[in-house]
Design a protein around this ligand. Structure first.
Ligand code: SF4
Length: 354
């Protein structure tokens, strides 16, 4: 059995309004504690046999490389894990703007692309990132990355209230010649709009989720880049209105079965553990590592012993569609996000809680 164990040792400098992981205090977990957590998972046995054949340990599940000892933590993650821990395109934009040694280190690790999240120009990017100066950091980070031979990749979150500003953002990207500068590195420039996951803080943005008519107000440039990124011919291929999706979902007798490629256990600063197919909230919680121990947490996951897991792996999608679906809604969704919204509504109502 392969799994990842990700501990929120230091939190995140941002408080993004779309954050599916939610807003929580930034913890300060000592390195020794992280090592003890790793030992518990590595030593977990079932029927006398080591349960996990492969384990990847990460010192974060919110912002990677946020604490000053990020190199030490990276080395520790690799020592504790059964294989090499890859460094993905997720990095700390906050650190990139402040730490001159960080971009060269990322390059040394072989990072070729860094993902940057934007919500428009300064006012909206600062507002939706939940941090003043976030936009200024990003503009600075473009230069830093390019100077180090690393390509920025931009994901944009548009909302019904920010469409004009998304057009302004695209004009800024043209003004600073970002695409040409990435091409000068011999790389393709990737830029796409992403869809809201209505979990955690994202659930609070329901009133401003994109609607069908909003798509034509987005810049053609962003639409073209987005379709290329998702390898789709039209927006309708990956997003439909709730009304359109309902026709299919009312007849869907299967559960959602959101099952990420690698099962990850997210451990928060209070040692509560959550599966990565869900969110950091009560009805998904597998237990507390200190209070309940690793055996109970792992068994709760595999026995689907939380309301969230039951809703994901057992309850037919048609149940949620009948109860929460709106046949008049022109809000655009990816199917799994819409079902997760309904699962959250059910979780909040407590009707699936044991
Ligand atoms: S979305 Fe990412 S960067 Fe933003 S608050 Fe959540 S964890 Fe932090």
């Amino acid at each position: 059995m392969k799994a990842a164990v990700q501990m929120d040792m230091h939190g995140c400098p941002n408080r993004c309004r779309h954050c599916y992981l939610g807003h929580h205090m930034n913890p300060d977990i000592p390195v020794d504690e992280f090592i003890r957590v790793a030992e518990q998972f590595r030593e977990y046995k079932k029927n006398g046999r080591t349960f996990f054949s492969e384990l990847i340990f990460c010192s974060w599940y919110r912002e990677p490389d946020f604490p000053d000892n990020y190199r030490e933590l990276w080395e520790l993650e690799n020592r504790l894990s059964t294989g090499n821990v890859p460094h993905f395109e997720l990095t700390s934009i906050w650190r990139l703007a402040r730490d001159p040694y960080y971009a060269p280190w990322l390059k040394e690790l072989g990072v070729k692309t860094v993902q940057v999240t934007m919500f428009g120009t300064e006012k909206n990017t600062d507002f939706f990132t939940g941090r003043k100066g976030a936009y200024a950091d990003i503009l600075k980070v473009f230069d830093i990355l390019l100077a180090n031979g690393v390509a920025p990749r931009i994901q944009v979150f548009p909302f019904t209230t920010t469409l004009d500003d998304i057009n302004r953002l695209v004009a800024v990207l043209h003004d600073i010649r970002l695409e040409e500068r990435v091409k000068d590195l011999g790389r393709e420039f990737t830029c796409f709009f992403n869809t809201l996951t209505p979990m955690g803080e994202g659930f609070k943005l329901m009133q401003i989720v994109l609607r069908k008519d909003d798509i034509r107000k987005l810049p053609d440039y962003l639409i073209e880049k987005t379709l290329k990124h998702y390898k789709k011919a039209t927006v309708q291929e990956f997003m439909k209105t709730e009304a359109e999706l309902l026709t299919e979902l009312l007849n869907d007798g299967n559960p959602l079965n959101d099952n990420p490629e690698i099962t990850a256990f997210f451990i928060d600063g209070d040692y509560n553990v959550y599966p990565n197919c869900g969110e950091i909230t009560g009805w998904w919680c597998l237990g507390n590592l200190k209070r309940d121990g690793v055996a109970s947490v792992v068994e709760n996951f595999f026995n689907r012993n939380t309301p969230g897991l039951k809703m994901n792996f057992e309850t037919p999608v048609s149940y949620f569609a009948r109860k929460y679906g709106n046949p008049d809604s022109d809000v655009l969704w990816v199917k799994s996000d819409l079902v997760h919204k309904w699962i959250r509504q059910e979780g909040m109502a407590g009707t699936s809680q044991e």
